[in-house]
Design a protein around this ligand. Structure first.
Ligand SMILES: C[S@@+](CC[C@H](N)C(=O)[O-])C[C@H]1O[C@@H](n2cnc3c(N)ncnc32)[C@H](O)[C@@H]1O
Length: 295
């Protein structure tokens, strides 16, 4: 088979299976098998596929028809302009989470301008995309990345090595803030926030392949966020130190109001800002926590 025909045939197969963006997906799978860029695919339409290449392509298309996410099939994904290794042990980082990173970078830069080394915790780090993006953007910062899942942390470790930040991103296994060895200036967290009742509506790519531990947030989606707030009011709160601290939380669509009232219940003295993504959806809650001693 030649390349042009293969591209057409894979596109049609994926389209018949009602896979969205079938032509883009076909380009990605074929490009992966042949080690070619998108432009390359269209400049050499007469190139023949070897039988090994055809077999490999068939195998990848079969996996995609079984609804395995493309990022898991390829073994990598892009986040914040950086290439990350990924497999089914960790959630595939989503483009909307880049807003969380942008806000954290902004805070990190402002704090470091005040002449102190910024300490940041990425709580629920998964494949490490947020923590590593922060480490690369804020070379002076000390980053802690926690996750309850030892297998997700193995993926994060691969990514830390790949990006040369193993010395500055400390991976810690445990429940939310519990493993943190010191007070931090910024807590960044994209914790699971899918409501129990929303699970059935998730696409098979998400429901059947991504770790449930990374998605399930309980009845109203906020179990983990509540638990972290409780921790912050307890032992971790005592570690706030003398500097103002910030919390940046990613939330699901429509959760802004309830998370705001949760913050008010736990931290009456906090400042709260809801930050929307480009689609106008409230995506990040920014909480300013001056130590209570400053009142
Ligand atoms: C929505 S994923 C986010 C992953 C990654 N930070 C990202 O933005 O792509 C949530 C992560 O929180 C982790 N997690 C769930 N419960 C946790 C807990 N109690 N303590 C620490 N991490 C937890 C999951 O294993 C998962 O990696």
């Amino acid at each position: 088979m030649i390349l042009g025909e293969a591209l057409q045939s894979v596109t049609q197969t994926l389209r018949r299976a009602r896979i969205a963006d079938a032509s883009v997906e076909a380009e990605v799978l074929l490009g992966h098998v042949l080690g070619m860029s998108k432009t390359g695919l269209y400049t050499e339409p007469e190139r023949s596929l070897t039988s090994a290449e055809s077999e490999r392509l068939r195998n990848l298309v079969r996996r995609r028809l079984d609804r395995e996410p493309t990022a898991y099939i390829l073994g990598h994904c892009e986040f914040y302009g950086i290439d990350f290794y990924i497999d089914s042990r960790a959630l595939i980082p989503r483009p909307e989470t880049e807003l969380l990173v942008e806000e954290a970078v902004d805070l990190g830069q402002r704090i470091s301008h005040q002449g102190v080394q910024t300490a940041i915790a990425d709580v629920g780090t998964g494949c490490g995309a947020v923590a590593i993006s922060l480490a690369l953007a804020l070379p002076q910062a000390r980053i802690y990345a926690t996750d309850i899942s030892p297998s997700a942390l193995q993926v994060a470790e691969v990514n830390c090595c790949r990006h040369g930040v193993s010395g500055r991103v400390e991976l810690l296994q445990g429940n939310l803030l519990e493993p943190l060895p010191q007070a931090v200036d910024v807590i960044v967290a994209n914790l699971p926030y899918v409501k129990d009742c929303e699970f059935v509506d998730l696409s098979p790519e998400i429901r059947e392949y991504e770790p449930t531990l990374a998605l399930a947030g309980g009845r109203d989606g906020l179990d983990k966020i509540r638990e972290m707030f409780d921790q912050m009011g307890g032992k971790w709160g005592a570690h706030l130190g003398e500097r103002p601290a910030y919390l940046l939380l990613e939330i699901g669509q429509g959760q802004g109001e309830i998370v705001t009232s949760l913050v008010n219940d736990h931290f009456w003295w906090a400042s709260i800002e809801l930050i929307s993504d480009l689609g106008g959806i409230e995506r990040v809650v920014k909480v300013g926590l001056r130590p209570q001693s400053q009142f």
